[in-house]
Design a protein around this ligand. Structure first.
Ligand code: BTN
Length: 264
């Protein structure tokens, strides 16, 4: 089956008002941000979906590069947060909702059970038990009334040309299943599930708790120059990560988590 994208089928999904499919783009998030600044687009109905068959300058969280060789699924949704009842204090929930929709899309298209590494990394366990990243999410707010939800899913790509560091930490659906998965199917499954999540992001917490790979583990959370070490106690109702330190249970709303290796 072809692995080309079908723009007509994408626009038929009720959530998507407009769609652009590019053979190649630097970054779908950058394209979405460019559209957010365009007065002609300001009058249009959103969300607009931007898909790139190939992305050459993908960006990740914390200013990092997002490695995506041919076969990855890379897209961004330009949304009007108010149209979905979203305010800045719910951006964390949106990130979690997006990750849960990615996990669900992976389950329906491949049968694989992916895990959530708070707030929005999606991991797959390898045969050696080491979980590797299969998808990442970058949410940006170029304007208070225009947000960009960027998603990168390693579908059919390999990491032969990636740095050793990326290759050691990343996997793809193809690596995990041994088969090709049609990217359009993953995209459609994501958009279908995301429509429901967007309608009620608070309801995503139960699914996020089930998928959370950190619960019960020793973790380190780095947020700027602040480091918190403790045991993850799960996810709070508003999407915060709960970390029990020696003194208290902290509700953490930002930062990057690292799993501590087991000492026994
Ligand atoms: C991360 O894991 O740090 C986030 C990765 C987000 C990558 C996606 S790919 C589509 C969209 N365009 C980008 O430049 N980044 C996001």
């Amino acid at each position: 089956m072809s692995d080309d994208f079908d723009a007509a089928a994408i626009v038929a999904i009720p959530l998507v008002e407009r769609a652009e499919v590019h053979a190649e783009l630097g970054s779908t998030n950058d394209r979405a941000k460019e559209l957010a600044r365009d007065p002609a687009v300001a009058a249009e109905r959103l969300p607009r979906l931007i898909v790139a068959d190939r992305q050459t300058a993908g960006r990740g969280r914390g200013g990092k590069q997002w490695h995506a060789s041919d076969g990855a699924l890379t897209f961004s949704l330009l949304i009007d947060p108010a149209a979905h009842g979203l305010s800045l204090d719910r951006q964390g929930l949106l990130a979690i909702a997006t990750a849960v929709a990615v996990i669900e899309a992976i389950r329906t298209t491949t049968g694989l059970s992916a895990g959530l590494k708070w707030p929005n990394d999606v991991l797959l366990g390898g045969p050696d038990g080491v979980a590797k990243k299969v998808a990442g999410i970058l949410i940006e707010a170029p304007r208070s009334d225009r947000w960009v939800v960027g998603v990168g899913i390693n579908v059919n790509n390999s990491f032969e040309e990636a740095t050793a560091e990326v290759a050691a930490r990343a996997t793809s659906l193809r690596q995990a299943t041994g088969n090709k998965t049609v990217r359009q199917a993953v995209l459609e499954a994501f958009l279908g599930d995301f429509t429901t999540r967007l309608a009620n992001p608070s309801a995503v917490i139960e699914a996020a708790r089930k998928a959370c790979v950190l619960t019960g583990h020793r973790v380190t959370l780095a947020d700027g120059d602040r480091t918190t070490i403790g045991t993850c106690r799960g996810i709070a109702d508003d999407g915060a990560l709960l970390i029990r330190t020696r003194e208290e249970v902290l509700e953490c709303r930002a930062g990057t988590v690292t799993l501590q290796p087991r000492t026994t």
